[in-house]
Design a protein. Structure first.
Length: 225
């Protein structure tokens, strides 16, 4: 008997401005997955376009990543992911936008993702995102018409971190700027350090180093709803 279900949303975009390939960042899925499954939550996957989602940042020496990729429930889904339209938001306690640079290309402007997450949130569920995953938060509006992030404390991959990896002029949106422009209160920590911000049922993590802490925060928020 599980405590509930969580949906991870993955990018389908694999081209980083012609510089290199990208996709969803594997550790940002694997580490929250480990925490959530150990807390008896069932994790399902969806991607923007369905099919096989592109991967980035895989580290074969990371046992948690290998456990995630080889888990039968996960591996079967990664071989042919569904889209959010294949799922009912009423079935989910939380939705988590997994990062990777692909997300800033195909999460913004996606009405299906935004509407799904808004329904999970309006139903009393948790909306979470890590690193570049908060690109999926930009279009979420609630039943009263307000932006989910307006007035909320959040974090994301920072403008300083984007500059540090040399991609400021490559990505179509700088998340720190975009979140602030929507009225969010963005809380950056030093580059590439663990930083998770919880504001009610909205949970955000800054970067790959925040992935495990993000999972722990989601479990805590779900337990205290």
């Amino acid at each position: 008997m599980s405590n509930g279900r969580v949906l991870f949303i993955l990018t389908s975009h694999d081209d980083l401005g012609g510089i290199r390939k990208t996709g969803f960042y594997v550790n940002e899925a694997a580490h929250p997955w480990k925490v959530l499954t150990e807390a008896d939550y069932l994790v399902d996957l969806a991607s923007v376009k369905g099919g096989v989602p592109p991967q980035d940042g895989r580290d074969v020496s990371d046992a948690d990543q290998e456990a995630f990729l080889s888990n039968p429930h996960i591996a079967q889904q990664l071989a042919n992911t569904s889209t959010v339209t294949d799922y009912d938001p009423a079935d989910y306690d939380a939705v988590v936008y997994i990062g990777g640079h692909g997300t800033v290309f195909d999460f913004p402007g996606n009405k299906a993702l935004a509407q799904f997450s808004a329904r999970v949130y309006d139903n009393g569920g948790v909306v979470a995102a890590v690193c570049h995953g908060p690109a999926g938060l930009l279009d979420i509006t609630l039943s009263d018409g307000s932006y989910l992030v307006a007035g909320k404390n959040v974090t994301s991959f920072t403008n300083e971190e984007e500059a540090a990896v040399g991609l400021t002029d490559v990505v179509p949106v700088l998340l720190e700027t975009a979140l602030n422009d929507l009225g969010a209160v963005h809380h950056p920590a030093p580059n590439f350090t663990d930083n998770v911000i919880v504001d009610g049922r909205l949970v955000t993590g800054q970067n790959p180093a925040s992935a495990t802490s993000l999972g722990e925060a989601i479990v805590k928020v779900l337990a205290n709803r």
